[in-house]
Design a protein around this ligand. Structure first.
Ligand code: F6P
Length: 359
C-alpha cells in the first residue's frame, strides 16, 4: 500500500455529494469490486456518501435503497454477484418523460445528487437517456459478453472465459476416454467473444459464433477427420449461434428491453450432427449461468476496481454523462452515448487469423 499524508480530499464540483449506486442487467463477477472501489475512493478522497439502490432501476423507481459505507464494502472485492441485486427493469418502459420524472422524484426524495449506474448496453442506454434529460449520472460498463463498443474490455469476461476453459479441459479428458464428440455451449447473445476465447484457449476443433452462418456439413467433416485421427473432438458454440439459420429461442416472450430468452442452440447442433455422423457418441454440456457466477478472476478484480475509481473521479470533477472505459492499458472516461451505439462483435479478420487451420 502506498501511504500518503493528509486526508487526500480534493474539492471538485462533486465533493460531498450523496451518490446513488445501482447494478442492472445480467450480473457478472466484479460488480461488487466496483462498488467497493467507488465507495472507498468517493468517501476518502471526496467526502461523498453512498446509497445503494436494490435491483437496478427497480430500486430507483421504488426508492428502495440502503446506505453503503466503507465497512459495508471492504469485504466485497472477491465476492461474486452483486450485493445490491440486479434486475432488467426498464424505467423508461412507459416513455422517457414519465421515466425521467419518476427517477428525478425518487432521487430528490432520498437526497441523491448523482447516480453511478453499473451495467451493460441496456442499463447504460437508460443512463444515457437520463443524462440527456439532465439527470446527473455516470456509468461503469459490465457484461460477460464483452460486447460494448466504447471499451476494449469489460470485467466479468475474463472470469467467464476462465470458467469455460476449465470446464472444457475437464470435458475433453472424459470425451477422450469414451471416443466422444463433446459439445459445449457458452453464453454470448449477439457477440461470440466468450466462444472465440474459450475455443482458442481450450483447443476446440470447431467454434461457432452468432456472427457467422453455420455450415453443418463442414462441421461434420471436421469432426469426422478428428475422430479418424483417433482423437475426441471438442466443439464450442455460442448460445446465439444460428445453427438452423436463426437463433434458438427458449421463449418468445420479451423482457423490458425487448430481449428474447435464448436457449436450445446446443441441442439443435447435437441433433443435426448426430444425423450427419450416425453411430458417433456425442454429449452436450450447456454452461449457461455457471459463467456468470462465482468469484472474479484477478484481472477482473483489477479492471472492476479501476472502473470504480474512474467513475468516482468523473463524478467528483463534474464530468457527468461519461462512462469509465479501457483503452489499451489506460482507463479513460468516454461519453455514455458511445457505450450503447453499436455492439462490439467479433470481426471477420479476427476469425481469419485461424480459419484455415485444422486444430
Ligand atoms: O447479457 C449477458 C447474458 O449473460 C447473455 O450472455 C445471456 O444471453 C443473458 O445475459 C442471459 O440472461 P438471463 O440471466 O436473463 O438468463
Amino acid at each position: 500500500m502506498a501511504v500518503t499524508s493528509g486526508a487526500g480530499r480534493a474539492a471538485g464540483p462533486g465533493a460531498g455529494w450523496r451518490v446513488g449506486l445501482l447494478t442492472g442487467g445480467g450480473d457478472c463477477p466484479g460488480l461488487n469490486a466496483v462498488l467497493r472501489a467507488a465507495v472507498l475512493a468517493g468517501t476518502q478522497r471526496h467526502g461523498m456518501s453512498f446509497l445503494g439502490f436494490r435491483d437496478g432501476w427497480r430500486g430507483v423507481l421504488d426508492g428502495d435503497a440502503v446506505p453503503l459505507g466503507e465497512a459495508d464494502v471492504r469485504p466485497l472485492l472477491a465476492r461474486g454477484g452483486t450485493v445490491l441485486g440486479s434486475s432488467r427493469t426498464n424505467p423508461l418502459a412507459d416513455g422517457v418523460e414519465e421515466g425521467v420524472r419518476r427517477v428525478r422524484a425518487s432521487l430528490q426524495r432520498l437526497g441523491v445528487d448523482a447516480l453511478l449506474a453499473i451495467g451493460g448496453e441496456d442499463t447504460l442506454g437508460v443512463a444515457t437517456a437520463l443524462h440527456e434529460a439532465g439527470v446527473p449520472v455516470v456509468g461503469a460498463p459490465k457484461t460477460i459478453d464483452d460486447d460494448l463498443s466504447a471499451t476494449d474490455a469489460t470485467f466479468g469476461f475474463d472470469t467467464a472465459v476462465q470458467t469455460a476453459v476449465e470446464a472444457c479441459d475437464r470435458l475433453v479428458t472424459t470425451g477422450a476416454s469414451h471416443h466422444r464428440v463433446m459439445l459445449v455451449e457458452v453464453m454470448g447473445r449477439h457477440a461470440g467473444w466468450i466462444a472465440l476465447h474459450t475455443g482458442t484457449a481450450a483447443g476446440a476443433h470447431v467454434t461457432l459464433l452468432p456472427e457467422e452462418p453455420v455450415d453443418l456439413d463442414a462441421v461434420a467433416t471436421v469432426l469426422r477427420e478428428v475422430l479418424d485421427r483417433g482423437e475426441a473432438p471438442l466443439v464450442v458454440l455460442s448460445e446465439g449461434a444460428q445453427v438452423l439459420g436463426e437463433q434458438a429461442v427458449r421463449t418468445a416472450q420479451r423482457d423490458a428491453f425487448g430481449h428474447v430468452q435464448l436457449g436450445g442452440a446446443g441441442e439443435q447442433l447435437e441433433r443435426e450432427l448426430q444425423r450427419r455422423l450416425p453411430g458417433v457418441s456425442m454429449r452436450l454440456t450447456v454452461l449457461g449461468h455457471l459463467l456468470r457466477g462465482g468469484t472474479p478472476s484477478a484481472a477482473d478484480r483489477v479492471l472492476a476496481t479501476r472502473f470504480g475509481l474512474s467513475a468516482v473521479e468523473a463524478l467528483a470533477s463534474g464530468r457527468l454523462g461519461t462512462m469509465a472505459a479501457l483503452r489499451g492499458v489506460d482507463v479513460v472516461q468516454v461519453p455514455l452515448a458511445e457505450a450503447t451505439g453499436v455492439l462490439r462483435t467479433v470481426p471477420p479478420e479476427r476469425r481469419a487469423e485461424t480459419a484455415d487451420l485444422r486444430w
